[in-house]
Write a protein of this length. Structure first.
Length: 234
């Protein structure tokens, strides 16, 4: 295999005195779908925030395309090609759908256009002049994904993309992710109960209280389902 697009190496991340990530390491190769699973509070979001430079690690290294990104501000990391679809949808509620999409545009690239966004997310087309704050939870999630895609991320991080959504919407988001996978979008997805993501995954990391407890290819996990049960059992 070629070299990893992302190499997280033994990162330690803190919130004040609280030592949350205790040496997390993971890799993502180009075109791969990697899933990071674990129960509530084990550090999935913190891992993504560390990669994005929002909650940077105090120790350890994160290489993106072979270059160290720890210490860079999050806008610089976004500029280099990492996009985050956050758990809490950070839209601008007073801006319209279209304005929110425009905010996501990266100046130096125009690969993914507004037309592409409305093609991928037809449900946003008739809402384009609506303030984002008026949208339903599912529509907001679609807009958040669409906005992140407007930045043409080379690596897309998605934090629990179907959390709190009704089954029909979970299926719709799964469909969107499948479409991204077919376009060879490199993805790192977190979640607790993400059967759909596991179906698409090439590799899986299981996180438990700030450390990776197991990692391997999806086929290995399929032949040892007890591994998943052990770390996801409530
Ligand atoms: N801003 C913060 N300040 C202090 N502690 C925090 C903060 N954010 C998260 N934590 C703590 O860090 C730990 C890991 O949280 P994190 O949000 O990364 O977990 P998670 O795996 O994403 O959980 P969930 O499945 O609930 O989203 C938790 O114990 C949480 O209480
Ligand atoms: Mg989380």
């Amino acid at each position: 295999m070629n070299y990893p697009i992302l190499k997280v190496d033994t990162i330690h991340t803190y919130y004040g005195e609280r030592h949350i990530l205790q040496g997390v390491s993971l890799e993502v190769y180009p075109g791969e779908v990697v899933v990071l699973v674990g129960r509530h509070g084990v550090g999935k979001t913190s891992t993504l925030l560390s990669i994005m430079g929002i909650q940077p690690p105090k120790q350890g290294s994160i290489l993106f395309n072979g270059k160290e990104i720890v210490g860079f501000p999050c806008w610089e990391i976004a500029h280099r090609g990492i996009g985050l679809v956050p758990e809490t949808r950070r839209l601008f509620p007073d801006l319209t759908v279209q304005e929110n999409l425009e905010v996501g545009i990266k100046y130096n690239s125009n690969d993914y256009t507004l037309d592409d966004a409305y093609t991928d997310f037809p449900e946003l087309t008739n809402l384009r002049s609506q303030p984002a704050g008026y949208l339903s939870g599912g529509e907001q999630q679609m807009l958040t994904i669409a906005r992140t895609l407007m930045g043409n991320p080379q690596l897309l991080l998605m934090d629990e993309p179907t959390e709190g959504l009704a089954p029909l919407l979970v299926r719709r988001i799964a469909e969107i992710i499948e479409r991204l996978v077919n376009r060879k979008q490199t993805l790192l997805i977190t979640g607790q109960n993400i059967a759909f993501a596991l179906e698409l995954a090439n590799r899986v990391y299981i996180l438990d209280t700030g450390t990776v407890k197991w990692s391997g290819a999806m086929e290995q996990l399929q032949s040892h389902p007890q591994i998943l049960q052990r770390y996801l059992a409530v």
